[in-house]
Design a binder for this molecule. Structure first.
Ligand code: PEP
Length: 249
């Protein structure tokens, strides 16, 4: 039985004060929620404050990126140990905006996933095709390559700790959601690939859908066998709409 995971990716929105105000409004809305793992991914400067405020609630805190080295001369970067000390439990890795605007390669993504697992944090590995790639019939090639690249050299014993997020780039922030059938088709493909790689451990891997998830489409997406949660951008910025999403059932 996979426990659904719903993560809110705030991207470069919310100052620390705004992040705190969000959490104070959000906590009472979800205090009775059971059977769903909730994760908030604020920008780096708010991770510590958010982690303190959610302490004891069961809500996880994710970074939106991480560096794979323990420490070093990497100006502008943040290490896993720094994130852990601030209270992070998860790391979003290889988001399409990182791949597109910061030239993140599958190799860098893989190093980050491995370093995160080694440190005991949960990586949320993002994969997804662009519009021209889908139109060109390349969806499975692209997500298959990104999945293989991101999971390279990760043994089956660690496999079940990886969370995968399928985020078709054409659906992110566009209001254009993949239909539940389109999403399920790709999720089933990804689970098949994970089975080839890790055998039975693949059954425990949560595969999240991301791309214009809203309170009114979450239930239809979650009704599918291989959709185990959501990575939510825009609709996670308001406590009310994100609370409606995490209470989808
Ligand atoms: C995202 O940022 O991962 C995302 C899916 O954004 P949105 O929900 O706004 O499409």
């Amino acid at each position: 039985m996979r426990v659904p995971l719903i993560a809110g990716n705030w991207k470069m929105y919310k100052t620390a004060a705004e992040a705190e105000a969000f959490v104070l409004a959000f906590l009472p809305l979800v205090s009775g929620v059971r059977g769903v793992e909730i994760v908030l991914a604020p920008p780096y400067p708010s991770i510590g404050a958010v982690a303190l405020l959610v302490r004891g609630s069961g809500i996880g805190v994710a970074s939106q990126n991480v560096h794979y080295a323990d420490e070093g001369a990497f100006t502008g970067e943040v290490s896993i140990r720094m994130l852990q000390e601030a209270g992070a439990t998860h790391c979003i890795i290889g988001h399409s905006e990182r791949r597109q605007y910061f030239a993140e390669s599958d190799d860098a993504v893989n190093r980050k996933v491995r370093a995160t697992l080694a440190a005991g944090l949960t990586p949320i590995l993002c994969v997804g095709e662009t519009d021209p790639e889908r139109e060109g019939g390349k969806t499975f090639d692209v997500v298959g390559r990104q999945l293989a690249g991101g999971t390279k050299e990760i043994p089956a014993s660690m496999g079940s700790r990886v969370v995968v997020a399928y985020e078709p780039v054409w659906a992110i922030g566009t209001g254009k959601t993949a239909t539940p059938a389109q999403a399920q088709e790709v999720h089933a493909f990804l689970r098949g690939r994970l089975k080839e790689l890790w055998g039975g451990a693949a059954d425990a891997v949560r595969i999240l859908y991301g791309g214009s998830v809203k309170p009114d489409n979450i239930a239809a997406l979650m009704a599918n066998e291989d959709i185990d949660g959501a990575l939510v951008g825009g609709a996670s910025l308001s406590p009310g709409s994100f609370a409606k999403i995490v209470t989808f059932h």
